[in-house]
Structure formats: C-alpha cells, structure tokens
Design a protein around this ligand. Structure first.
Ligand code: NAD
Ligand code: UFG
Length: 340
C-alpha cells in the first residue's frame, strides 16, 4: 500500500483529501500544527472512514521534528497543504506568511531529498494569475503581479519547486492551482471552519443563513458582468479532493518533472447567483446589501479545465446547488464550528 504524507491534513481541503485518498486505497499520515484547525477533525475523519489516521502535531518549518515522520513511516508521496491562507492577514503580517509558507515547503523538500521521496503535490492558487482578467485562465496564461503577500508566497513556491526539480531529476512535482473551493463532505461532519468573522463568501453566507451573522455585504454591483457582481469559479471541495488523488496517480507514472493543473469547474458564478443558490438550499432568504468594491478584487476569474480533463482525467462532478446544500448541512450540524 502506498503511503501519502498529507501536511496540513487537518485543515479544510486537507481533511477532505484524506478521505479521498483512503477511499482510493492509500495509507495516510497527517502532519498539522493546528494553527488553523482543531483536533476534533481527526475524530470526525475516524467517524467517516472507520479509521484513525496517524497524526503528528508538528510545525512543518521545523525540519528536525518533521524528520521523525519520515523516519517512522515509509513515505511514497507528499501533498503539501500546510500554509497560511488569509489574504488580508498576509498584508498585516507578511513576514509570518513568507516564513511559514516558504519555510515549510523548503523543510519538506529537504526531507524528501534526504529520504529519497520523489512525488510532491503542492497547493497553489489561481491567485498566481494576478489581476489579469483574460479568462478563462489556462496553465499557460502569464503569471501575474500578485496583489498581496499570500499570493506571492504561492508564486515564489512554484518557482522554488521548478528550481528544485531541475536540480534533482528524480523529482515529480505537481502544482495544483485551485480556484474557489467551497462546500463540505456529504456527512456534514467536516467542512470549512474559519476562526472569527469569515472573509470569504461561502462561510459568510452560511453564517447569515444560520443566523449567526445578520447580513451579507455584496462587495460591488457595478462590475462589467451580467448582474454587476464578481464571477468566480467555485469548486466543490470533494471534487477538489478527488483532483489530488488523480494528481498522485499521475505522478506515479509521469516522466515530466513539473506539471501544472488548474482545478476548477470552468464556470463563473456571480455573488448574486451564489446567494440565490444558497437561498434555495436553506429554504429562506439571505439578507444582503450592496456595498463598495473590495480592494484587490477582480471582476471575473475562472479556469480552463481542458488540461486537467485531458491529462489528469479530472472533471468536477458537482455544481453550485450541491456546493450550497453540503455547506448548509455542515452549518446546521455545526452552528458554532468544531470544539477546540
Ligand atoms: P486550512 O487553513 O484549512 O488548512 C491548512 C492547514 O495547515 C491548517 O490545518 C493549519 O493548521 C496547517 N498549517 C499551517 N501552517 C502549518 C505549518 N507550518 N506546519 C504544519 N501545519 C500547518 O486551509 P485550506 O483552505 O485547507 O488550504 C490548504 C492549502 O490550499 C493552503 O496551502 C492554501 O493556501 C491553499 N489554497 C486554499 C484555497 C482556499 O480558498 N481555501 C485556495 C487556493 C489555495
Ligand atoms: N464577497 C462578497 N462579500 C463577502 C465576501 C466575498 O461580496 O463578504 C465576494 C468577493 O468580493 C468576491 C467573491 O465574493 O467577488 C468571492 O470572494 P472570496 O473572498 O470568497 O474569494 P476570492 O475569489 O476573493 O479569493 C479566493 C481565495 C484566495 C485566493 C483567490 C484566488 O480566498 O485565497 O480566491 O484564487 F487567492
């Protein structure tokens, strides 16, 4: 049985990916420092899969501590989710973002070299396309000037990994550029569990729908889009998780040292369409008002899915209705999120 080390595997996307890996016959070892997730996630994963996964509470920047994981387990592939991801926060504490995101990636790479582990999947983001609106973004679209330190960490890590792969021809690296992951596992036991007031659209809508927050502010209604609100490529987190399994399988057979794939649906959904879809899922109105544009937002962002479809065999199965209904189930079953 092939073993995948999932760093950040206690987080939102990582935890869903652990399930997909398990369902596809992989053994999984999780490393997470719990900086943005709660230990209860591991109990929930056990409820869903019937298996208790090996878990290490370790900061991936600490290569000495992380070495123990490589010593104690025969790792075949790594998926590196561990990282800080709040765009606004990255502007206030950029050094923390650069040192955590880049430092953890470098520590993981050094250990992959030391232990002869060749396959790596990295969580990149559509944010590397910068503020271009030349949609759909293909993997060949020029990388843009990022608008915040978080985006730059992804951009820089992609470059670091290209250089790393050049220096070690045995390495097989997959850069996955996610669009907007939303939704939750069908069980309602795991989902997105942000601390404090959410910055992102779906967690915010969920809390308004659930009554914890009063009203959604729609940031801007004067964009050059059909209803004036921004279009994003929302992708169900369970589809995204499946994409990681496809990426691992691809790395097991490819000769290419670095491969890049967009993971999205190829479809743009406006903020207002998302609100309407959520209203259908929860069965009541979601109070919203229109406010000014949010600095840094682009009008449209969606993926070309052609390469992922043709090369990885990946195609998202779920649409906006399933994203909203799963989000709503998670919200109603866990109105306060998970316990610490
Ligand atoms: P998340 O915060 O839910 O998960 C990340 C996990 O990594 C958390 O459990 C956190 O505790 C852990 N972590 C952070 N730094 C660590 C470190 N140094 N050592 C060990 N663990 C550490 O975030 P997510 O939404 O699941 O995102 C996973 C990855 O995907 C991140 O790298 C993120 O930047 C990237 N990504 C996310 C989105 C999105 O919209 N959610 C979009 C594009 C890319
Ligand atoms: N929005 C609102 N009101 C809110 C929150 C969001 O109207 O309260 C709007 C935003 O203006 C945007 C859309 O909803 O038009 C989606 O916003 P999100 O914050 O959910 O997502 P973004 O597209 O801004 O950002 C996401 C990830 C980033 C990543 C980026 C590009 O959160 O990490 O996609 O991939 F960098």
């Amino acid at each position: 049985m092939s073993t995948v080390l999932v760093t950040g595997g206690n987080g939102y996307i990582g935890s869903h990916t652990v399930i997909s890996l398990f369902e596809n016959g992989y053994d999984v070892v999780v490393v997470d420092n719990l900086s943005n997730s709660k230990m209860e996630v591991q109990n929930r994963l056990e409820k869903i899969t019937g298996k208790r996964f090996k878990f290490y509470d370790i900061d991936c920047c600490d290569a000495d501590k992380l070495r123990v994981v490589f010593e104690e387990n025969k790792i075949d592939s790594v998926i590196h989710f561990a990282g800080l991801k709040a765009v606004g926060e990255s502007v206030s504490i950029p050094l923390d973002y650069y040192s955590n995101n880049i430092g953890s990636m470098i520590a993981v790479c050094r250990l992959m070299t030391e232990f002869g582990v060749n396959n790596l999947v990295f969580s990149s983001s559509a944010t590397v396309y910068g503020s271009s609106e030349d949609v759909p973004f293909t993997e060949e679209s020029p990388l843009g000037t990022c608008t915040n330190p978080y985006g730059w960490t992804k951009w820089m890590i992609e470059q670091i990994l290209r250089d790393y792969a050049k220096s070690e021809p045995s390495k097989r690296i997959c850069l996955l550029r996610y669009f907007n992951p939303v939704g939750a596992h069908e069980s309602g036991l795991i989902g997105e569990d942000p601390r404090g007031i959410p910055n992102n659209l779906f967690p915010y809508i969920s809390k308004v729908a659930g009554g914890t927050l009063e009203c959604l502010t729609v940031f801007g209604d004067d964009y050059n889009t059909p209803d004036g609100t921004c279009l994003r490529d929302y992708i169900h987190v369970v589809d995204l998780a499946e994409g990681h399994v496809k990426a691992i399988k691809f790395l097991e057979k490819t000769e290419d040292s670095v491969s890049v794939f967009n993971l999205g649906t190829g479809k743009g959904t406006s903020v207002i369409e998302a609100v309407k879809a959520f209203e259908k899922a929860c069965g009541h109105e979601i109070k919203h008002v229109f406010g000014p544009r949010r600095p840094g937002d682009i009008a449209v962002c969606y993926a070309s899915t052609k390469k992922a479809e043709e090369v990885l065999g990946f195609k998202a199965r779920y649409g906006i209705d399933e994203m909203c209904s799963s989000c709503w189930k998670w919200q109603t079953m866990n109105p306060e999120g998970l316990k610490d």
